[in-house]
Design a protein around this ligand. Structure first.
Ligand SMILES: [Zn+2]
Length: 233
């Protein structure tokens, strides 16, 4: 670190003392985004240990998943929600890197995940990408790529439809809009491949389902899907 960096870090530390992502308690050193208490109470699902789990059950009868898992449970006001919100809306890309590494470790050791040919993050519409400046799912996908030594194909799947006012729409409209929102850019690229789909959070599963449907239009495609968090429904 140069002296400019040290001064900058010190000023930032004074202006914004580091706080725990989970409980907002002040942290003495900026070593970790969580305090010890929160770090030891992260709501990990342990789904990597089961071929059939709450994540895969959620998609049963909807799409054929070769394997699926979420790293953590997502509860209202819970720690996973704090992580996802900061990752998506507060520019905390470091949280995508950290949780992506945690998920990557588990997938690398997971006997239920067959060899994957490519990793595809759920794409953002280009307008949202411009507003946010990054795709949080792509950050996670890059870390999984590192762990599994499998390439990320971020441009394979495109999001055509702008669902920016999604929260105001009725659920049925939203589902219909999602079903046609994704398209495969080049079918030959995915034909015969085992694809690992990556999203930040799974709540209804509609987004992952729509992505999988678009990919499954092509012959001999197999899909596995992972997320950082799974909503408790
Ligand atoms: Zn804490």
């Amino acid at each position: 670190m140069t002296w400019i960096h040290i001064i900058r870090e010190s000023i930032l530390h004074l202006l914004y003392p580091p706080v725990c992502i989970g409980c907002s308690k002040h942290l003495s050193a900026q070593l970790h985004p969580f305090c010890v208490h929160c770090l030891y109470n992260l709501p990990f699902t342990g789904q990597e240990n089961y071929l059939e789990n709450e994540f895969t059950d959620h998609f049963a009868g909807r799409i054929p998943l070769t394997f699926g898992m979420a790293l953590m449970y997502y509860e209202k006001n819970g720690i996973a929600q704090h992580i996802i919100q900061r990752l998506k809306y507060q520019g905390r890309r470091d949280l995508g890197v950290l949780t992506g590494d945690w998920l990557g470790e588990r997938l690398r050791a997971c006997s239920h995940l067959d060899k994957v040919d490519m990793i595809i993050p759920v794409p953002l519409h280009w307008r949202r990408y411009l507003i946010r400046g990054y795709n949080q799912s792509e950050i996670i996908a890059q870390r999984l790529s590192r762990a599994l030594q499998v390439p990320v194909q971020a441009r394979c799947l495109v999001r055509n439809r702008w669902t920016g006012t999604q929260t105001k729409r009725k659920r049925l409209d939203r589902l219909q809009a999602l079903q046609t929102a994704f398209a495969v850019r080049n079918g030959k690229e995915v034909t015969g491949k085992h694809i690992l789909l990556v999203d930040d959070v799974m709540t209804t599963g509609a987004t992952l389902e729509a992505c999988a449907q678009a990919l499954l239009q092509w012959p001999d495609v197999r899909i596995s899907a992972v997320t950082i968090a799974q909503g408790m429904t």
